[in-house]
Write a protein that binds this ligand. Structure first.
Ligand code: FAD
Length: 493
């Protein structure tokens, strides 16, 4: 019998499986829809390489979704493709390697969401800091206050930045911004530019699959299987007792004492909905029996990102990480990518991202069949605050770019970026979160409680980026690992 069945061997699932199986008396089974490997040596090099994100049209390693970023009205809809990792390590195995913690202010907001609950204090910055610290082996600042030097995830900053990063940082300094040596210094949220802490070693991305799960694979109480698509959670009444799955042409059932869903912010919500945890009227319309009423998928957040193209003849890109430096201003990040986004030589991209958007999106099922990807509507730019903040940030980005000798920035309109221009250049950072939000009993948006348990049922938890109840001011992967660390503590206590 399986004690804990974990659905999804992604960033959170791999860490959680390793932590729970450290108890030899606890039987853990981890199932993953994509491919899994038994050692780091057998993982294809194109998956490990930190200078590549293997997400192109031919990639076999991703889930793909059509997302409506902003609905039309008088202008055409803004539609894009979202990807998520579908392989051992999940999205953490295909991502940009940026490893920045969320600042203390985010946890003040997070705790505020849990007002009235005795475990509110568990989500203060001081409470989560030990988990962030335990994860990292920071090669640059490991002995600094609030840092770790012995954790499984190596963290380093670039020492030999690419020419585009050098030019951008000189321009940012000239524009009056300070350099920040450590973007992970506590309590976080400084204003300025600095080298991005990255979870990279010897040119390879090191996520939770390689750092946590693979070293634990020899444990007799841990089993990991790939190619298993979990289609539904099974219930006896309102108690989760296992899952149904498909493996190619085969299908089957796995029974377990407890099911923990770590399928990522899109698929965790989709799985809960397919299993009958959602809005009753919508579930009935799709012919799904209702197990428990919950606002699953109804309040997600994601970072809108405006792509600003500019010309600069500066020589070919060289292997590194996609983003070596970042300019950060509270809820704005300006990202001088060092990888090309177009085949045209001399054309580079700045990403201008709003980190705490006021708009929230909606995820819905299209049908009960797991082969039907869910509908994703981001509702970007629907709030005046978001439009104004992004417009001001694009102006600022233009001001910095204008200080780079030889930069051609005709893409930014004179007189400011209006809504139509923002729409035309709108993208997403692919950081979708909050589809199964954590919250207190009285919170109508909450799907899980402050200890990750799905409300209204028993034996079922969600542990991944789905649970974040507030937008994160930084890229999410370091925080997903912290979430999984915290969950491991709760699930073993
Ligand atoms: C292209 C890209 C680049 C990114 N770059 C960065 C970055 O540089 N820095 C940063 O901080 N963040 C980045 N992110 C975001 C970050 O990587 C993710 O938010 C984070 O990895 C999510 O972790 P998770 O555990 O919630 O989900 P995931 O890591 O996505 O794991 C979910 C796992 O569950 C599996 N699964 C899903 N459904 C099922 C099912 N029904 N049955 C079985 N298995 C299932 C999936 O295949 C996957 O392996 C990036 C994201 C993307 C997509």
């Amino acid at each position: 019998m399986v004690d804990t069945l974990i659905v999804g061997a992604g960033t959170a699932g791999c860490l959680l499986a390793a932590r729970l199986s450290a108890d030899p008396d606890h039987v853990v089974r981890l199932v993953e829809a994509g491919q899994v490997w038994g050692s780091a040596d057998s993982i294809p090099r194109e998956v490990l390489r930190a200078d590549l994100m293997p997400i192109g049209p031919e990639s076999p390693w991703v889930w793909r979704y059509r997302a409506l970023l902003a609905a039309g009205g008088v202008v055409p809809d803004t539609v894009t493709e979202l990807v998520r990792g579908r392989l051992l390590g999940g999205s953490g195995a295909i991502n940009g390697g940026y490893f920045v913690r969320a600042p203390a202010g985010d946890f003040a907001s997070w705790s505020e969401e849990l007002r009235g609950d005795p475990s509110r204090g568990d989500w203060s910055f001081d409470s989560v800091l030990p988990a962030y610290r335990d994860i990292e082996r920071d090669h640059d600042f490991g002995s600094a206050p609030g840092h770790g030097a012995t954790g499984p995830i190596p963290v380093r900053r670039v020492t030999d930045p690419a020419p585009v990063a050098v030019e951008f940082t000189s321009a940012a300094a000239e524009a009056g911004f300070a350099e920040i040596a450590d973007l992970n210094a506590v309590p976080g949220a400084p204003v300025g530019f600095g080298p991005v802490p990255c979870n990279v070693e010897a040119g390879s991305r090191i996520g939770t699959a390689t750092a946590y799960l693979l070293p634990a694979l020899a444990r007799p109480n841990l089993s990991v299987s790939g190619g298993i698509l979990v289609t539904r959670i099974r219930f006896h009444g309102t108690r989760a007792v296992g899952v149904d799955y498909r493996a190619g042409e085969l299908s089957g059932t796995i029974e377990a004492d407890r099911v923990v869903v770590c399928a990522g912010a899109v698929e965790s919500a989709a799985l809960l909905l397919r299993s009958g945890i959602g809005t009753p009227a919508q579930l009935r319309e799709l012919g799904i029996p209702v197990i428990s009423e919950a606002p699953t998928g109804a309040w997600f957040s994601d970072h809108p990102e405006i792509g600003v193209e500019y010309g600069l003849d500066i020589g070919p890109a060289r292997p590194g990480v996609p983003l070596e430096y970042v300019l950060t201003l509270d809820d704005i990040e300006i990202r001088p990518y060092s990888i090309p986004f177009t085949p045209e030589p001399g054309i580079h991209r700045l990403g201008v991202a709003l980190m705490r958007p006021h708009s929230s999106g909606v995820l819905r099922l299209r049908g009960a069949d797991p082969q039907h990807p869910p509908v994703l509507e981001h509702r970007y730019l629907s709030e005046e605050y978001d439009r104004a903040a992004l417009s001001a940030a694009v102006d600022l980005a233009g001001d910095v770019l204008a200080r780079i000798p030889g930069a051609r920035i005709s893409s930014i309109p004179h007189g400011g970026a209006d809504s139509a221009w923002l729409r035309a250049n709108l993208g997403t950072s692919q950081h979708l979160s909050g589809t199964c939000r954590m919250g207190v009993d009285a919170d109508e948006r909450a799907v899980v409680d402050p200890r990750f348990r799905v409300r209204g049922v028993s034996g079922l938890s969600v542990v991944d980026l789905s649970v974040a109840p507030v937008p994160l001011s930084r890229g999410p992967q370091a925080t997903v690992m912290m979430i999984a660390e915290r969950a491991a503590g709760y699930l073993t206590s």
